[in-house]
Structure formats: structure tokens, C-alpha cells
Design a binder for this molecule. Structure first.
Ligand SMILES: Cc1cc2nc3c(=O)[nH]c(=O)nc-3n(C[C@H](O)[C@H](O)[C@H](O)COP(=O)(O)O)c2cc1C
Length: 354
């Protein structure tokens, strides 16, 4: 069905199609009958897929990456589509429109996307109100993460306070948090990955978290960091008792692209696959024991299996959903189960094949 629809969809502006898709997904979120139908068609329920990470239990290890549902308008629908967890955002303390359009580009030949959306979102107040209502009505059925970015109007030196505004407001409503310092589309943001600035930010977060009911806080890193910089980030994450790392965000590299498209922004999808896997190998090789959520170019159940074998505790995806359509999650989880069966493995002992 999606294969037939895709050529038509791909003739229209990517951001308009995204808005239409979000409209349908949020409509479904408010219609229990639609959710039941989607759940029956799309969800693979099997206890062998249950995954435990940073103190939470996930029905399966495949999650929706940040950026698709920035304003948390379709949380119940993502669960019905079979995702084992959902990360909404990036949310910023101030509502903001993002960069001028056009700012989203498909690269079909590469199964990739370039985006320079720039954290367009309704801001922390709107998202917190939405999540609070979902919680009150028992509509959060899989672990829910909130990814937090820095508001564009906030100068870099005030970044810690800006993140804290969002964390404070959202703390009761999410199961875990991700501090996003790795989007290429907010000027200066990635400089927060430098030792001094990161230390300041993570100290502020740790100090805040120490006085709250405990919740896992992770840090999302860029794929464009050198090994030395990645090692430094991991060390700081351990020192500040973060729950883990999300690796990786989109890349500013254009290496290996078939498409010649001269647009600035972050590249995601197939061309990011090797680098994202490389970062995962590097981070697990450090031996810190930090849980890693692996994201970047994951499109098949073999990709999922490979990331889990390489030491990821969970995986996420965004771009492959655009190229493969909503039945992808069922395919990934079904394929993962088949692979586990074939190799006589369980998710718990996957690490043994590393
Ligand atoms: C259109 C678009 C918007 C994104 N927005 C965000 C965002 O707001 N925050 C974030 O942390 N990552 C964002 N990402 C990055 C994804 O979460 C993910 O890290 C990246 O796309 C790599 O995964 P993929 O290859 O499966 O897409 C965005 C990605 C895309 C394609």
C-alpha cells in the first residue's frame, strides 16, 4: 500500500506531507477505534522482545527518534504502530518557528533526508500540558522520552538555565529525558559538546536532578565528533551520572552521497548508517558501561540486530519510516524475533555474540 502511495507523496513538498501525516497520526491518537485497529494490524507483541534499560521496561527495543513528533501530538498512535518507546521533541523553553522554508529535503536515491528545521516547536508549556493530559487519561502505553533543545533566542552562555526551564516543567511527565547538544541547525548548539561548556551544562542538570524524583537523563551526541571528543563526552556523562547516550544525531558530512544537492542541514538515513554504527562501536569499546541508544540509518531487522549485538541497549529511527512506511516497525520486530529464533538467542544474551 505504502509502496504504491509513495511516488505520489514524494511528488509533493516534504514538509507539507509531514504536516498531513502528523494530522492523521494525531487524529488517530484521539480515536480509540483507530488505535485498536492500528494496534491489531501493526503491533508485534511478544515477551521475547521485552527490553530493560536505564531502569525502564520496554515492550520492544525499537523506538521513534526525536524530531518526528516534536509537539507530542500523536503519542498513543506511535505505540499502536508498534514502537517500543517514543521520544518527542526537541522541545525548547520558548516556542519558536524554526528556520525559513524550504528546510526539509528528500534524497530518494540515497534513502536520506537533509533537514534544517531549527527546532520548530510549540514550546515547553504546550508540550507539558499535552503530556500531562495524556498521563491523566492513561494514554501513555510505552516509555516516553522528551528530547530537550536550546531556544534560539537564548545566548550560549545561558544555555544551562534554558535547558533547566524545560526540564523543570517536563520532569513529572516523561519517563526519560535527552539533552540534545548535537543538532546542526541551531547556531552554536554543537559547541555545547566541548568539555568546559558540557561540564557546566551537565553539572547544572545533575544538581537539578538530585532534588527530583529519579529519572534517567541521557545526552544525544553528533556523529561528527572525533574519537577524542566522543571519549571526552562519554567520560563527562559518567562523571555526571547520566543514564546513557543517544548516538547519533544527523551529520553535516556529505560523504558518499549519490545525490548532488547543495543544501545545508543535517543528513540522516542510509548514508549515516556506517558512521552511526562506528560511533556505537567506539563508545561501547570505551568500556564505560554507559547504555547507548543507537540511531542513524537503521532500516532493516538486520540493522537492529547488528546494533544490539554491537552493544546498543535500544535503537531508534526516523528516516526509514519516511521511506518504508508505517508497517516498518512490525517488519523490524518480526524480523528480529525470527533472527533470534534462528540463531537460538535471546535479547538478553545478544551481547554474547559481540
Ligand atoms: C526532519 C528531521 C528532524 C529532526 N529533528 C530532531 C530534533 O528535533 N531533535 C533531535 O534530537 N533529533 C532530530 N532529528 C534527528 C533524528 O532524531 C535522528 O537522530 C537522525 O535522523 C538519525 O536517524 P535516522 O537515520 O533514522 O533518521 C531529526 C531528523 C530529521 C530527519
Amino acid at each position: 500500500m505504502y509502496t504504491r502511495l509513495k511516488p505520489l507523496l514524494f511528488k509533493s513538498d516534504p514538509e507539507r506531507i509531514h504536516e498531513h501525516a502528523m494530522h492523521m497520526l494525531s487524529w488517530a491518537a484521539e480515536h480509540p477505534g483507530a488505535l485498536r485497529l492500528l494496534g491489531a494490524v501493526c503491533t508485534v507483541r511478544d515477551p521475547r522482545l521485552t527490553t530493560h534499560a536505564f531502569g525502564l521496561t520496554f515492550p520492544n527495543p525499537v523506538g521513534l527518534a526525536a524530531g518526528f513528533d516534536k509537539n507530542a501530538v500523536a503519542v498513543p498512535t506511535w505505540a499502536a504502530l508498534g514502537f517500543g518507546f517514543v521520544e518527542v521533541g526537541s522541545v525548547t523553553a520558548h516556542a519558536q518557528p524554526g528556520n525559513p522554508k524550504p528546510r526539509l529535503f528528500r534524497l530518494p536515491e540515497d534513502e536520506a533526508i537533509i533537514n534544517r528545521l531549527g527546532f520548530n516547536n510549540e514550546g515547553v508549556e504546550a508540550v507539558a500540558a499535552r503530556l500531562s493530559a495524556l498521563r491523566e487519561t492513561g494514554q501513555v502505553r510505552v516509555p516516553l522520552g522528551v528530547n530537550i533543545g536550546k531556544s534560539k533566542v537564548t545566548p550560549l552562555k545561558n544555555a544551562p538555565q534554558d535547558y533547566l526551564v524545560s526540564l523543570r516543567r517536563l520532569w513529572p511527565h516523561a519517563d526519560y529525558f535527552v539533552i540534545n547538544v548535537s543538532s546542526p541547525n541551531t547556531p552554536g548548539l554543537r559547541a555545547l559538546q566541548e568539555r568546559g561548556r558540557l561540564q557546566e551544562l551537565l553539572s547544572a542538570v545533575a544538581e537539578f536532578a538530585a532534588y527530583q524524583p529519579p529519572k534517567p537523563v541521557l545526552l544525544k551526541v553528533a556523529p561528527d565528533l572525533s574519537d577524542a571528543a566522543l571519549a571526552e563526552v562519554a567520560e563527562l556523562a559518567v562523571t555526571h551520572k547520566l543514564a546513557g547516550l543517544v548516538a547519533t544525531n544527523t551529520t553535516v558530512s556529505r560523504e558518499g552521497l549519490k545525490t548532488s544537492l547543495n543544501e545545508t542541514g543535517g543528513l540522516s538515513g542510509r548514508p549515516l548508517r556506517a558512521r552511526s554504527l562506528g560511533v556505537l562501536h567506539f563508545l561501547t569499546g570505551l568500556g564505560t558501561g554507559l547504555p547507548i541508544v543507537s540511531v542513524g540509518g537503521i532500516a532493516t531487522s538486520d540493522d537492529v540486530f547488528e546494533r544490539l549485538c554491537a552493544g546498543a541497549c535500544l535503537v531508534q529511527l526516523y528516516t526509514s519510516l519516511v521511506y518504508e512506511g508505517p508497517l516498518l516497525i512490525k517488519k523490524l520486530n518480526g524480523g528480529l524475533l525470527e533472527r533470534l529464533e534462528r540463531d537460538g538467542l535471546s535479547l538478553q544474551n545478544l551481547t554474547a555474540v559481540r
